[in-house]
Design a protein around this ligand. Structure first.
Ligand SMILES: Cc1cc2nc3c(=O)[nH]c(=O)nc-3n(C[C@H](O)[C@H](O)[C@H](O)COP(=O)(O)OP(=O)(O)OC[C@H]3O[C@@H](n4cnc5c(N)ncnc54)[C@H](O)[C@@H]3O)c2cc1C
Length: 321
């Protein structure tokens, strides 16, 4: 028995597998058994890379022709499972598309889902997942009961992506069956948020600002510092809620998880909900005028001072290099 067959819900980003996908494939490979990637869309651009990260089989629905990925993906997965090629475990990324497909598949298969996980282990026939609760203060381990396929979603950056020596995965067609009325909704346009510089969740350096900046215009200091360091700018929820910066910049429990080499928190208190999104960073630098601020509890380098004095000096010094 044991877990013999694992699927990973695979996504493309700019012509390559997304970082989430590669992280999940690497972890799936470490659990033992065979690993397949399931691409809801055309897999031709990414099948080779998926193979390199351990997928021996790449299911692909082919181009969706404007169908919604959630509806089409769940139906295509169900069709393969009904055809007898059923996995023991399906690993999804904890993002919009992953959750959409997973929840619809959960209904179709009448199987429960476990979401927001940061780890998974296999013990004989049992699959156990680990989930942070209370803002990451406590870890809960849950074991799936009943029969598979077990459906689990994982937070980004839970695992390290490591390329193996695998060849290109064998591409297997997994066409979308007739969706009936559910297939009526169509994607008519896709808007990509404009951004310059590295992506927040992939940048090697992240500079984040919080309410301690005092006012919206002062976020320019965070942008400047991020630009000089060739990093990305992030934010606490307090200033996202205040409308200073868009939600796409939010770091934390209900925002993005980042693990850069260097994270610089400027005027951020270090609430657990913020820290759960950045405490895995290699080096943390905090600038805060309150020496009791919780962010100093995780900082490798703490600067007790006013952001309006420290940041301009830092920017000036870096510009002068
Ligand atoms: C369900 C839930 C989910 C949440 N999800 C998130 C999330 O994803 N991300 C997130 O960030 N938060 C999240 N929060 C909110 C979180 O609890 C905090 O409210 C938020 O992180 C606080 O943001 P902040 O640190 O910018 O503001 P504050 O807590 O107000 O801290 C401001 C800090 O700036 C310092 N400061 C003030 N003036 C200066 C100055 N001139 N120079 C230097 N320092 C100064 C202060 O000492 C203080 O430490 C969530 C909350 C809940 C309930």
């Amino acid at each position: 028995m044991g877990i013999n067959n694992i699927w990973v819900f695979a996504q493309e980003a700019n012509g390559a597998p997304s970082s989430n996908t590669l992280e999940l494939l690497t972890k799936a490979g470490a659990l033992g058994g065979s690993v397949s990637a399931f691409v809801v869309g055309d897999a031709s651009n990414i099948a080779a890379a998926l193979g390199q990260y351990g997928a021996t089989k790449v299911y692909s629905t082919g181009d969706l022709g404007g169908q919604l990925p959630g509806v089409a993906g769940a139906a295509a997965m169900k069709a393969v499972i009904d055809g007898g090629d059923s996995p023991d475990l399906i690993m999804f990324p904890q993002n919009y598309e992953g959750r959409d497909v997973m929840s619809r598949l959960s209904v179709k298969l009448d199987r429960t889902v476990l979401t927001n996980n940061v780890d998974v282990a296999v013990d004989g026939d049992a699959v156990k997942v680990t989930t942070p609760v209370f803002g990451g203060e406590t870890m809960v381990t849950t074991t799936f009961t009943g029969s598979g396929p077990f459906l689990a979603a994982f937070r980004p950056k839970s695992f390290e992506a490591v390329a193996g020596a695998g060849g290109a995965g064998e591409v297997v067609s997994a066409p979308v069956p007739d969706l009936g009325a559910a297939g009526g909704a169509k994607v008519t346009a896709v808007h990509v948020e404009e951004s310059t510089g590295p992506k927040l969740d992939e940048a090697a350096i992240v500079v984040s600002g919080g309410r301690g900046l005092g006012e919206k215009d002062k976020f320019a200091m965070v942008d400047d510092l991020a630009k000089i360091l060739k990093g990305a700018a992030g934010a606490s929820r307090a200033i996202v809620d205040a409308g200073w910066v868009p939600y796409s910049m939010q770091v934390g429990q209900t925002g993005k998880v980042v693990k850069p080499n260097v994270y610089i928190a400027c005027g951020i208190s270090g609430a657990t909900q913020h820290m759960v999104g950045m405490k895995g960073s290699k080096h943390i630098i905090a600038i805060n005028k309150d020496q009791e601020a919780p962010i100093f509890g995780v900082a490798d380098l703490g600067i007790v001072g006013d952001v309006h004095k420290v940041m301009p000096k830092l920017i000036e010094a870096l510009r002068g290099r």
